[in-house]
Design a protein around this ligand. Structure first.
Ligand SMILES: [Zn+2]
Length: 698
């Protein structure tokens, strides 16, 4: 669900977990810079006076909003960031619709023309329905033709020369042993359910597994497979995936960067998977000079090798067939889309399919993110906005430097290395300095599926072209119209897109406390990722260099472990004490969310310091009866304001490295002494971790 098209073994760290979208109708059209709807800097009538902020700060700030804000039927969650994304989507939707309406008058093959043609092809449901599943028939025919074991490898190689529809994905990323050069990176698309935890034999998983089995059966019958045979094939595919799960790393292991970033030579990879020849794999894609590459989750590939050597060919075919259909179901005729929606309904709890325009817009956002982003920025984000945001990033970075200098547990030599890394962080703010060139992308009016296939190939070719070349740390892998923020561990960069630099998080009319508590805490969060449990293992360029003295590393670990224990003991899903998070029933939520929790805590502390360093803070009095420090925390808690369906929350705590939003408020402020001071809390209050209980890292 990440829009990033780059295959990254360490995904960019997002500041928020998966967002779903809802619709807010906005008035006004036009191509000049748009007026945003009026937003109060902070409306204190939102606060729940019946809740003591020292008892439950999240409820104090957000419960009134939660009670008044139902979750729209087509989404799994609604929150302040979702509302911001809706506004960005409304703007990009108007851009795409406008281009589609004016297609005849636009210059053929200009970026805007391509946006309009792609969007219109995605909106043409009757044409898409008429084609049924024609677009995937050639691939299904190739799978049907597999007769013997050696044909399996031939199919996988053939598939790789196209668009990586099943099993393997190939891209480029900074070499994890030397971040200055890009290296080939192979990842897997092994499973159809969100993560390995869903496949465990546990009564709690039974509904999802049954729903998934039925989904596969329905997809197969829609391609003409008789019902009885479809049931058999669906069962074979699930059995195959369960075998894969046995070899796949757990979600909490996947957040441990060291375990998934392994560079292997082609010869070593061939030893790891004797049943699959990696030389042939790269040669088939004209990558004859590749002699080493990144293999994500080597345990998984070891498992695939066993399956290549021993799983029945018919079972392989059932797996491949169903996974081609899963991958493309959302782009085929209505029966496939309905089946796909029924599964997401089961997994996310949504009651209504999203409107067509959201899917069409997603296609444009995925295939031409920069082209759409350039037009979005023209309407929403000025050069002056960029300048202001860069100044704010600079202030937060300076506050982080001061914090590093002041921590008592770290020695002077390690501090010097940390400060050097901090100074080397590349901040990508608002929009890229250099936009991507789409002149080589062929978009044809009326050919939705063909457009997606050509766009995916265009993107893959661009990825492969980077292999062996120097890493460009200024390249964007998120779009400006994304309401999110990122830290790139493999190249030591932060990305703060234009769409998150908007009210109410970043509001030119708000007092500084609101902006530092809002966007400031998010920028601080991304900067802190450079020094979380993963980030600290890399140097100024993102290369794995241990710049810590053993004693400093021990001190860090003791503090991080304490934070892990704290989060392990929180209740995660209200009313469901049986849901512990982690996977396979183990109680490891604190490990799964460790890096994000460190960044949340560091982000708030850094932003709070930055506010105190500003002259405005000392000179401004109370507003609506709240001091600047109080308003800072109110604004911070508001960034996590959301309502989430229970089904989605359960999925989140089993695989998302971010804690649920209420914990991202209460778990954080309890470790921030200035919070208790601001609200006059007592040492024994729930929102205060006093004495030994206090965790202090950055
Ligand atoms: Zn993060």
């Amino acid at each position: 669900m990440n829009l990033d098209t780059a295959v990254m073994s360490i995904p960019l760290r997002r500041c928020i977990s998966l967002t779903a979208v809802a619709v807010i109708a906005l008035s006004g059209t036009g191509c000049s810079r748009e007026a945003l709807p009026a937003v109060h800097a902070f409306d204190t009538t939102d606060l729940d006076g019946s809740v003591n902020p020292c008892t439950n700060f999240d409820d104090f700030v957000n419960s009134k909003w939660r009670n008044a804000t139902p979750i729209p039927p087509d989404v799994a969650r609604v929150g302040i960031l979702d509302e911001m994304q809706n506004r960005a989507d409304e703007t990009t939707k108007r851009i795409a619709e406008d281009a589609a309406n004016r297609l005849g008058s636009l210059k053929v093959d200009s970026d805007e023309w391509k946006i309009g043609a792609l969007y219109a092809s995605a909106m043409d449901e009757s044409a898409i329905n008429r084609r049924g599943f024609d677009p995937v028939k050639p691939t299904l025919a190739k799978i049907d033709a597999i007769a013997a074991r050696q044909d399996l490898t031939a199919f996988i190689l053939d598939d790789a020369t196209g668009n990586d529809t099943t099993l393997l994905g190939l891209g480029a990323e900074p070499d994890p042993t030397d971040a200055s050069t890009m290296i080939a990176s192979v990842s897997d698309f092994g499973l159809g359910l969100p993560n390995s935890g869903y496949y465990i034999d546990d009564p709690a998983n039974a509904p999802a597994l049954a729903g998934y089995t039925d989904y596969l059966r329905v997809l197969l019958t829609l391609t003409g497979v008789p019902d009885a045979a479809a049931s058999v094939q669906a069962g074979q595919a699930i059995g195959f995936e369960k075998s894969m799960v046995a070899a796949t790393l757990t979600p909490e292991a996947l957040v441990d960067a060291a375990r998934i970033r392994r560079v292997v030579t082609v010869a070593e990879a061939n030893q790891l998977t004797p049943a699959f020849d990696w030389r042939r794999y790269f040669d088939a894609q004209n990558l004859r000079s590749v002699d080493s590459f990144m293999l994500s989750d080597t345990a998984f590939f070891h498992g695939v090798n066993d399956l290549l050597a021993s799983a029945p060919v018919e079972q392989w075919k059932s797996y491949l067939r169903t996974h081609v259909l899963i991958r493309f179901a959302g782009r085929l005729s209505s029966g496939f889309r309905d089946a796909s929606f029924q599964l997401s309904q089961l997994l996310n709890g949504t009651a209504k399919a999203p409107p067509r325009w959201k899917l069409a817009l997603e296609s444009v956002n995925t295939e031409m993110p920069d082209a759409l982003g350039r037009l979005y920025v023209q309407r929403t984000f000025s050069a002056k906005d960029k300048e202001r945001a860069l100044t704010l990033v600079g202030e937060l970075s300076n506050a982080l430097a001061a914090r590093i200098q002041s921590v008592g547990w770290m020695s002077a030599p390690t501090k010097l290395s940390a400060l050097d890394k901090r100074a080397a962080i590349v901040a990508k703010v608002g929009y890229p300095d250099k936009w991507r060139d789409y002149s080589g992308l062929d978009i044809e009016p009326g050919d939705y599926f063909g457009n997606l296939v050509r766009a995916a190939k265009f993107d893959k070719d661009a990825q492969l072209d980077m292999i062996g070349k120097p890493t460009d740390r200024t390249r964007w892998t998120a779009s400006p119209q994304t309401v999110n923020a990122f830290y790139g561990g493999s190249n030591n960069t932060i990305t703060i897109p234009a769409a998150i630099l908007q009210p109410p998080l970043f509001d030119p009319n708000a007092d500084p406390a609101i902006n530092y508590g809002g966007i400031g805490s998010i920028i601080g969060h991304e900067l802190t990722h450079a020094f979380d449990n993963n980030g600290r293992q890399r140097d100024r360029d993102g290369s794995p260099v241990d710049w810590w003295t053993p004693e400093d590393a021990k001190q860090f670990q003791a503090r991080a472990d304490k934070l892990v224990t704290q989060y392990d003991h929180y209740a995660l899903v209200p009313g469901r004490p049986d849901v512990h998070g982690g996977s396979r029933g183990s109680f490891t939520f604190g490990v799964l969310t460790e890096s994000e929790n460190i960044a949340d805590l560091g982000g708030v502390l850094v932003a709070s310091d930055a506010l105190q360093r500003t002259a405005e803070e000392s000179s401004s009095g109370t507003i609506d009866g709240y001091t600047p420090s109080q308003r800072f925390f109110l604004a911070y808690a508001r960034t996590k304001r959301s309502n989430t369906r229970e089904e989605f929350l359960i999925a989140q705590v089993s695989g998302d490295p971010h804690a649920p939003d209420n914990l991202r408020v209460n778990g954080v402020v309890a470790n921030v002494p200035s919070f208790g001071e601001a609200f006059g809390c007592k040492p024994q209050d729930p929102m205060v971790n006093d004495g030994e209980k206090l965790v202090s890292i950055w």
